[in-house]
Design a binder for this molecule. Structure first.
Ligand code: UD1
Ligand code: UDP
Length: 384
């Protein structure tokens, strides 16, 4: 039996972990024991617990309850907690997802304890080291023993950074194994799309059944830490809505809500809206999000996960960033990068809203079996 310690802490990691945990529990529980550690990076019920319940993720054995803090404080506390858990559990490998501070803490701690790291969502780069996520990705990849990259661009990035794609096992941190495996978020989207349409009542609750609406999310550090930038984005969303008469639904990340509450006090939050065109709601559950994504007419986001989901559900998407590590999304013209520039955003909106435009959405995220592929490679390569 191989013992894997999975470290998760932020919303998108619960969703990614759901794909792998489901696959282990349904097909590989004789070969892999998974122990879940929640760092506590995200802790509000609608940022954490709701995903465990809705996606039937096994409850974590450890919750480090780290909570929020500066990058250094948050990461250091996680590392301290993880060191104790790893020493106690003595796993054969530590499994990490994506690029959050929970990923970074897991990578540094496990590698110093000489525990092999498995990185799911390896190789992604936006080539902007002022982005905390870019730092976390690069560090985690270079400390990993098994790297699973969801896209061909990810594979090429690793090659550029000196990873030998032809390496043969036994794999170690100095002789890592690199695999292209497809996207586990795509796997989970296939599992839950139908269930979301049956179970979610969000469209009725928001009174947008059979109505055109735009779905938006904003939470990136570079879009929220400067009030002028955030204001520009909100005004652009407002203008899009005013000009088109299409309502914007904005499930607000707690980071952004806190900033708006602290710095935009004149905004009338009691009305639960910024202007008549933007409806601000609390973060929603995964099934509600899938239902919103698959029924909207366009997505405007700075979220890595949501920009991919726009593609999964064949929706035009405006990315509120100047670059994306998911460069394949840009190839069919359905996705446009605008940063936080109001003029570019409105131009992109007009370009994409043309109902006569038809986009080709190809299978750039695999065939829905990425999780199975990953687990089989773990079984073949991790020694117990
Ligand atoms: C983190 C990740 C980011 C990811 C995002 C997913 C890092 C560096 N960033 O950003 O890559 O895209 O998660 O959502 O790891 N807060 C709450 N309640 C919560 C969680 C957060 O109120 O349950 C508020 C706190 O004010 C906190 C702020 O949100 O300071 C930011 O949270 P944090 O986890 O530090 O970063 P995210 O912006 O969520
Ligand atoms: N998501 C959700 N409810 C929301 C907003 C997002 O369930 O209110 C899901 C979304 O469908 C995607 C993931 O959370 O699967 C993306 O997480 P987030 O945007 O927080 O982080 P990122 O992907 O940018 O790291």
């Amino acid at each position: 039996m191989i013992k894997i310690l999975t470290v998760i802490g932020a919303r998108p990691q619960f969703i990614k972990a759901a794909a792998i945990s489901h696959t282990i529990n349904s097909h590989y529980s004789d070969e892999i024991e998974e122990v879940l550690v929640h760092t506590g990076q995200h802790y509000d019920a609608n940022m954490s617990e709701v995903f465990f319940n809705e996606l039937s993720i096994p409850h974590e054995k450890y919750n480090l309850q780290i909570g929020s803090g500066s990058h250094a404080i948050q990461t250091a506390r996680m590392m301290e907690g993880l060191e104790g858990v790893i020493a106690k559990e003595q796993p054969d490998a530590v499994l990490l997802y994506g690029d959050t501070n929970s990923t970074l803490a897991g990578a540094v701690t496990a590698s110093k304890l000489e525990i092999p790291i498995i990185h799911v969502e390896a190789g992604l780069r936006s080539f902007t080291k002022n982005m905390p996520e870019e730092i976390n990705r690069v560090v985690c990849d270079h400390l990993s023993t098994l790297l699973f990259t969801p896209t061909i661009a990810g594979l090429n990035n690793l090659k550029q950074e000196g990873f030998q794609l032809e390496n043969k096992g036994p794999f170690t941190v100095d002789n890592p194994g690199v695999y292209h495996c497809g996207d586990v978020m795509y796997d989970i989207s296939l599992m839950y799309k139908q269930i979301a349409s049956e179970k979610s009542s969000i469209l009725t609750a928001l009174n947008i059944n059979n109505k055109k609406f735009i779905l938006a999310t904003v939470h990136r550090q570079d879009n929220t830490s400067d009030n002028n930038i955030l204001t520009q984005i909100l005004f652009a969303l407002d203008q899009v809505s005013q000009e088109s008469g299409i309502q914007v639904i904005l499930p607000l990340h707690p980071r952004t809500k806190k900033i708006l509450d602290d710095h935009f006090k004149d905004v009338d939050w009691t009305q639960n809206k910024i202007s008549s065109g933007i409806k601000v709601i609390d973060p929603v559950s995964y099934l509600d999000m899938v239902q919103l994504e698959s029924n909207c007419c366009m997505i405007i986001t700075d979220s890595g996960g949501v920009q991919k989901e726009a593609y999964f559900y064949k929706k035009p998407c405006i990315i509120l960033q100047n670059e994306t590590p998911w460069i394949e999304l840009l190839e069919n013209g359905s996705t446009i990068l605008v940063g936080s520039d109001k003029v570019k955003l409105i131009k992109a909106f007009h370009e994409l809203r043309d109902d006569n435009r038809v986009f080709e959405f190809s299978d750039i995220f695999g065939d829905g079996n990425g999780s199975k592929f990953i687990i089989e490679r773990i079984i073949a390569n991790i020694r117990n």
